[in-house]
Ligand binder design. Structure first.
Ligand SMILES: C[S@@+](CC[C@H](N)C(=O)[O-])C[C@H]1O[C@@H](n2cnc3c(N)ncnc32)[C@H](O)[C@@H]1O
Length: 285
């Protein structure tokens, strides 16, 4: 974008180093609430995504990729699941790398890229690596990526006893309710403080492979466990600010189509958590 600003004597040319958006496309993206987009569970292109217990929508991650990169730039998703980030990268002509621990999801990612781009978009610039992200990232050179975007495991909440929602939406349809039994799976760490320490340590390590002053976006939600409400988004953001990132903002992703369940009724207040948080962090280096 080359925008001429005439401020009296001085005519300055503004150069957009971040993305390919015009001013009128850029400004609405800075509103701190997004309404989640999705194809709907019945859509033929939602059948692979549905097999994963916690995917995000390729359209929502696509908004972030469009805002935080230019065409052709390199994007990393270290917890890629069934490849929503890579599908968005293919559609937007970015070069995506995904890392995923569970072989089944790696295969589903490949299948998704082969079947869901309808020949309209090329998947040759997308790659998925099977392995433990904590180890795999050590192999990338410094400043390799223009943007990192991901949604990590939310502690071990998928291991808790199935509630109404899990029974009616997943178990009754024979769908996975957790990622794996693997010991490297961050979703299997039982202690919350230890989990936070490991996850934040990992993202701090990722600062090395992210270019200077570039962005890391992390999609997470808060959760309840037993009687406690965990402000996971705030705990993680605080940890990352103590070291390699500056928190630039938090976008609320409103999940307007999520089903409502009668948690707590008629005894106590228990929220239906219908939002995710997008933590927007900038690399300090
Ligand atoms: C919230 S899900 C990501 C879903 C993804 N955004 C999508 O749309 O499909 C988190 C993923 O992290 C993976 N995971 C857990 N521990 C991992 C590790 N150590 N290395 C790589 N992937 C891991 C899980 O298997 C799971 O697929």
């Amino acid at each position: 974008m080359g925008l001429n600003i005439n401020d009296g004597q001085l005519k300055r040319k503004l150069v957009n180093n971040l993305n390919d958006l015009s001013a009128s496309e850029w400004i609405p993206e800075t509103i701190s609430v997004y309404v989640q987009k999705g194809l709907g569970a019945g859509h033929k292109e939602a059948q692979i995504e549905k097999q994963h217990p916690a995917p995000y929508s390729f359209q929502d991650v696509g908004r972030l990729i469009r805002f935080f990169t230019k065409s052709g730039q390199k994007v990393l998703d270290p917890f890629v699941g069934v490849g929503s980030t890579l599908k968005a990268c293919a559609i937007l002509n970015r070069r995506g790398v995904g890392i995923e621990l569970v072989p089944k999801y790696v295969e589903l990612t490949k299948k998704r890229l082969e079947t869901e781009l309808n020949g309209l978009f090329d998947n040759k610039d997308q790659s998925v690596i099977q392995g433990d992200a904590l180890k795999v990232v050590e192999d990338f050179k410094d400043d390799h990526f223009d943007f990192i975007v991901t949604s990590p495991p939310y502690w071990s909440i998928l291991n808790k006893k199935a509630d109404h929602k899990v029974i009616s939406t997943r178990i009754s349809n024979g769908l996975d309710t957790k990622y794996s039994e693997l010991k490297e799976d961050l979703g299997n760490i039982t202690d919350y403080d230890q989990f936070l320490e490991i996850l934040s340590g990992f993202f701090n390590d990722c600062s090395r492979i992210l270019k200077p002053k570039k962005y890391l976006c992390i999609v997470v939600s808060d959760f309840r466990h037993k009687d406690r409400y965990y402000m996971f988004h705030a705990d993680l953001a605080n940890k990352l600010e103590q070291k390699n990132y500056k928190l630039k903002g938090i976008t609320i992703l409103y999940q307007s189509r999520k089903k409502i369940f009668p948690y707590g009724y008629p005894f106590s207040y228990v929220p239906n958590i219908h939002n995710q948080y997008i933590l927007i962090l900038q690399n300090n280096k």
